[in-house]
Ligand binder design. Sequence first.
Ligand code: ADP
Ligand code: MG
Length: 234
Amino acid sequence: MSKTPIIRMENVCIRYGRGPEILSNVNLSLEKGSFHYLTGKSGAGKTSLLSMMYLAQKPSKGTVSVFGNNVNFANRNALAMFRRRIGVVFQDFRLLEHSSAFDNVALPLRVCGMNEKEIRKRVNELLKWVEIDRSPTAITSTLSGGEKQRVAIARAVINRPDVLLADEPTGNVDNDIAPKLMKLFVELNKLGTTVVIATHNENLIKEFCYPCIHLKNHGVTIINPEDGDEYAEI
Ligand SMILES: Nc1ncnc2c1ncn2[C@@H]1O[C@H](COP(=O)(O)OP(=O)(O)O)[C@@H](O)[C@H]1O
Ligand SMILES: [Mg+2]
């Protein structure tokens, strides 16, 4: 029996207003537990594709299904339930700027009703891992871009989501911490999380070889590490 894909797109098109199609007739099926990069030039549609996976945007044509459910037929409550199972690292972070780093990361656990003692343990441990141990109580607006990005990553992974979507999550951090953050995604993936990471970071793609969902000419191709030259040119 074939596995149910955790995210599926059928003949999906996306356009903004009356503008041209950004993506046309995309067919994509991501199995549970898979790990993909999302690549393509700036403006190719990576953020747009992720926003459909996160259910923040509906396709202008076609069908998106998550966890086996066609989201065209899902009501607001169902969409909210699906979103709770999806961790997202946004390109512009979208943190609560006036709250502390700790409170930002604790948020998904508080929403689930976890007790504060357990929350403190988990959040401090993860903040240490992403090297924010210096300032867990610092107000987010005072953090650097790289620190905010690491807080955003910690918030996205803290409750071990079924799906992790990350939009250029290593774009603002120093080169030495980027592989460490990738290891966090790899560990999460080993625990069963399906991961999609939009990135331009060739070093990471070379070091951690996973297939790429490559956007080009409004379409999607999957390029595997075995594809040799093609993979090397991403
Ligand atoms: N909210 C929006 N309104 C209008 N056009 C948009 C919007 N978001 C993205 N676009 C356009 O869609 C195209 C793809 O953008 P995006 O998905 O951000 O690509 P990428 O993340 O690969 O850089 C770009 O031409 C961009 O200008
Ligand atoms: Mg983008």
